[in-house]
Design a protein around this ligand. Structure first.
Ligand SMILES: Cc1cc2nc3c(=O)[nH]c(=O)nc-3n(C[C@H](O)[C@H](O)[C@H](O)COP(=O)(O)O)c2cc1C
Length: 140
């Protein structure tokens, strides 16, 4: 039994790679972002790609529908640009804070978009994602 859940909205697979690395580090499996939140998931790692400066629809829906009171959330994402990721994570952070979540921290890296950011997330990105996961657990 674990109180940790890792959920991701990833259209193209980039953020899924990050989610897999985080879940691997935490010894859990990536859950289904389209399902309802398990009651016992007190620490959530929520991640998304960035689409027009916003998280994906499934993530928006999850945040809108679930109760985050008493839950702690760490945010992660990928984007074409740092500015894009920052905007997307800020949107998630604001929406979650309004739903009663405690935000632990956030992390993002570049994600390949056509020929831009070729190879990202790369090995170093995934190592940094794991490091982020460890830091978040220490901070909880
Ligand atoms: C439809 C679409 C819209 C995008 N919009 C943005 C954006 O507004 N800002 C940005 O930095 N990157 C943007 N990107 C790039 C993606 O965020 C980036 O490729 C990310 O790694 C995709 O994650 P995924 O593979 O998990 O879906 C966009 C990509 C797509 C396909």
């Amino acid at each position: 039994m674990t109180d940790i859940a890792v959920l991701v909205d990833s259209r193209g697979g980039n953020t899924r790679k990050v989610a897999d690395a985080i879940a691997d580090e935490l010894g859990v499996k990536v859950g289904d972002v389209t399902a309802s939140l398990p009651d016992d998931a007190k620490i959530l790692f929520l991640g998304s790609g960035t689409y027009g400066g916003r998280p994906g629809e499934a993530m928006i829906k999850l945040i809108g529908s679930a109760d985050f009171t008493g839950r702690t959330v760490a945010l992660f994402g990928t984007a074409g640009s740092d500015g894009g990721a920052g905007k997307m994570i800020a949107a998630m952070r604001d929406a979650l804070a309004r739903k009663g979540a405690t935000i632990l921290g956030s992390w993002h890296c570049k994600g390949r978009m056509l020929v831009v950011n070729w190879g990202h997330p790369d090995k170093e990105d995934l190592e940094n994602a794991k490091k982020f996961a460890r830091e978040m657990l220490r901070a909880r």
